[in-house]
Design a protein around this ligand. Structure first.
Ligand code: OKP
Ligand code: ZN
Length: 352
């Protein structure tokens, strides 16, 4: 398994608005460093840096106006003389009350226009980190052999994560949708349909938005039920895709406290659904915030459970790109991610 990572993430350290307080973000540089150390120690494969980012790939996944906004927002923030290190909006186009398609000219207005949550901000290093994370996903997607099975796999050690980033919005610690960029790259390389399985605790609302009207990506997400879990406004079982994409989205919301048994039962259903959709490659949005000790999530998987997650995913027998998403229990994060990857690699090797 090729491992793709970059050090550019270290300059992205932001604050978040958490229950009325501005705090250092739960999504911090120590996360990627912990994953990197654990993955190196697990001897899973060669570690490389990313190839240069293909901007046209990013511009086909996201609105190019949004990508340009992300790239320039911090320099505009500095030029306007604001004191805070990070650019963050504070007013959003509310449901039912906003003029459609009237993007404001002003930076603060655009920060609201292009975001859906105040749990992340744009600091000096954010664009470079997000662009390199996307490049890691692109490079991992280029590394897998589309004619092979699960024995051909790559891990993109992305930070910041990506699955909450939509067509033209950031939020939930995500700016560019790394997993969607990997999926689009696999399609560009000749895959006819890509399965995108999101095992992060939170609903992959950005990924769902990007692909909901398409039939070339089958998207399945297992997550805390949006009646009580972030991002609250999507991820219900009734959301199954729209137009040509009808039937190509599957949401599996679960109650609080899901154990491995409950959770794997849902994943099994999701993987059977994927098997019925004729996919020739797999992208995994790999969050391990399903861990029982995660400080901001409410499932109950143990460190010893994670290899079974990887083994189940390898059971699809598809060439696979695993993309890092969430996981905030920093002390156990490395072991939990390495556990998934080891379970995946062991099962994939046994199936050849
Ligand atoms: C990103 B990913 C904690 C605030 C949490 C939203 C969580 C974003 C999760 N009180 N902010 O899906 O892991
Ligand atoms: Zn998450």
């Amino acid at each position: 398994m090729l491992i793709v990572s970059s050090d550019a993430h270290r300059a992205h350290h932001a604050v978040e608005l958490d229950t009325g307080e501005l705090i250092p973000s739960w999504e911090h540089p120590g996360r990627a460093d912990a994953v990197s150390a654990a993955v190196a120690g697990a001897d899973l494969g060669t570690m490389v840096g990313p190839d240069p980012l293909d901007r046209s790939l990013v511009d086909r996944v996201h609105d190019p106006v949004y990508v340009e906004f992300l790239e320039t927002a911090h320099e505009r923030w500095v030029a306007e003389g604001h004191r805070a290190p990070g650019a963050m909006g504070f007013a959003w186009p509310a449901r039912g009350a906003a003029s459609p398609d009237r993007r404001p000219d002003d930076l603060l207005g655009q920060l609201g226009w292009h975001s859906f949550a105040a749990d992340c901000s744009i600091v000096a290093g954010t664009w470079a980190a997000a662009a390199d994370a996307a490049a890691c996903a692109q490079t991992a997607a280029d590394a897998v052999d589309l004619a092979a099975g699960a024995e051909s796999s790559a891990f993109a050690l992305c930070r910041p994560p990506g699955h909450h980033a939509g067509v033209d919005t950031f939020g939930g610690y995500c700016y560019l949708n790394n997993a969607a960029i990997a999926a689009q790259r696999l399609l560009d390389r000749g895959a006819t349909r890509v399965a995108l399985v999101d095992v992060d605790f939170h609903h992959g609302n950005g990924t769902q938005e990007l692909f909901s009207d398409r039939d070339d990506v089958a998207f399945c997400s297992i997550h805390g039920d949006p009646t009580w879990a972030f991002p609250w406004f999507s991820g219900h079982a009734g959301e199954t895709g729209v137009g040509a994409g009808e039937g190509f989205t599957l949401n599996l919301p679960l109650d609080r406290g899901a154990t491995l048994e409950v959770w794997l039962d849902a994943l099994g259903g999701g993987l059977d659904w994927v098997r019925g959709h004729g996919c020739d490659a797999l992208v995994v949005s790999l969050g391990v915030d399903t861990f029982e000790g995660d400080p901001i999530s409410e499932f109950a998987l143990g460190t010893d459970d994670f290899p079974a997650v990887g083994a189940a995913l390898a059971g699809l027998g598809l060439p696979t790109v695993l993309v890092l998403e969430g996981g905030y229990a920093t002390d156990e994060l490395g072991a939990n991610v390495a556990g998934v990857l080891t379970g995946f690699a062991t099962t994939a090797a046994a199936s050849i």
